[in-house]
Design a protein around this ligand. Structure first.
Ligand code: AMP
Length: 395
């Protein structure tokens, strides 16, 4: 049976795609169309033999790029399309079969994610035009965290800001935290364990998962809250905005730009947001690189310790994302900052566990896992599950 799902992650000027077959051993066709809307759009990807290609698309918009992607599917027809949608607000607690009402509801949530949701919807509209007969499913980055209890999702702000303006913590990276925690349940033989998961990539977040449910997470109303990230500051004093405005005369747009694009590892080091380069620079004695790594690791450990309050017990920690999967140094330092967690790191296995490899890196005691995230696979699974449930509902 053909159960391949075409997973689409549509940004304002890019479309990431993957054709995910239901059989895990069949190759995925995947790639990225970039610089859409300008004059020099291009499509890069891999074919079924694992060979890379690059195709110039000229003045392509999202629809033209999707047509080019279609041509790269080597005649394989998906049975459904799964869309990554960044913000589902409180309307979506799980994946949703897309119809006009769902599109309207996503549009209403756009005020909470003005950079992401409109771009995601552009992809939905183009895909619905190109594949009018295929079911389309929206999978939300926020949905996994809709199980947070009020004590975790409410800010200590006037009630009306929540009631009338939906100001609360939502959390992001939900597909990644859901995937790695379920995988840890399976690998660890726990069947619904108590995990702390750390997704450490360009964006970074932590999550406390108990019996497959997110109970707390480090990101909030926006993906800026929480950990120090590649270029994002993470938590700062909420009084900082007023201070920068009054003392330096900065506009809100400028503050937003600095906190999102010029901060984090890049801002602290004055060098780069790439952990590989920072590790190399620290080894050469670069003080900014050393400080950036130190703050980064400390903030992760502090966040994990805080999130442990959400769990009734702790079975283990999971690292994922570009840094979590690759940086033995970051993992070792984070674990070293949590001596009261009773973790025992197997240093040899830790240093040998790199991208693409799943590995258990503890030497006994609480479990420590490196699990490569698979957001496309998770979106494809949730798409299939949603359609099966829909079928059941109709019978
Ligand atoms: P992601 O957003 O999950 O693709 O992660 C991207 C980040 O992973 C990059 O910015 C790098 O900082 C980091 N990364 C990738 N490979 C390595 C590596 N070998 N060692 C340390 N960090 C890495």
């Amino acid at each position: 049976m053909n159960a391949s799902v075409l997973v689409i992650n549509c940004g304002s000027s890019s479309i990431k795609y993957a054709l995910v077959p239901s059989e895990p051993d069949r190759p995925r066709l995947a790639g990225l169309a970039e610089r859409l809307g300008g004059g020099d759009a291009q499509l890069r990807g891999v074919d079924s033999r694992g060979e890379s290609f690059t195709q110039a698309l000229g003045e392509a918009d999202h629809t033209r790029a999707l047509e080019a992607i279609l041509d790269r599917l080597e005649g394989r027809r998906p049975f459904a399309v799964g869309h990554r949608i960044v913000h589902g607000g409180e309307s979506f607690t799980r994946a949703a079969l897309i119809d006009d009402d769902v599109v309207d509801a996503i549009e209403r949530t756009s005020a909470l994610a003005p950079l992401h949701n409109p771009a995601n919807l552009e992809g939905v509209a183009a895909t619905r035009r190109l594949f009018p007969d295929l079911p389309q499913v929206a999978v939300f980055d926020t949905a996994f965290h809709q199980s947070l209890p009020p004590r975790a999702y409410r800010y200590a702000l006037p009630d009306a800001l929540y009631r009338d303006h939906a100001i609360r913590r939502y959390g992001f990276h939900g597909t990644s935290h859901a995937y790695v925690s379920r995988r840890a349940d399976r690998l660890g033989g726990l069947g619904g364990g108590a995990w702390l998961t750390a997704h450490l990539g360009n964006g970074c977040s932590t999550c406390a998962v108990w019996q497959g449910q997110s109970l707390d997470t480090s990101m909030g109303l926006t993906p800026l809250e929480g950990l120090a990230m590649g270029t994002r500051s993470g938590d700062v004093d909420p009084g900082l905005h007023a201070h920068l405005s009054r003392q330096l005369g900065w506009s809100l747009d400028r503050i937003d730009e600095v906190l999102n694009r010029n901060s984090g590892l890049l801002g602290l080091s004055g060098l780069t947001n790439d952990m590989r380069e920072l590790e190399a620079a620290e080894a050469q004695g670069h003080p900014g690189a050393a400080l950036a790594i130190e703050v980064f690791c400390y903030r992760i450990a502090k966040s994990l310790a805080a999130l442990s309050c959400a769990l009734p017990r702790l079975d283990g920690l999971v690292f994922t994302g570009g840094i979590g999967e690759n940086s033995a140094l970051v993992r070792e330092r984070v674990i070293g900052l949590l001596p009261h967690f009773g973790l025992q790191l197997n240093r040899t296995v830790n240093s040998e566990t790199i991208r693409g490899r799943e590995g258990r890196i503890d030497a006994g005691g609480r479990q420590l896992w490196v699990i490569p995230t698979d957001e496309e696979g998770q979106i494809a699974d949730e798409t299939r599950q949603r359609l099966v449930q829909k079928g059941r509902n109709h019978t």
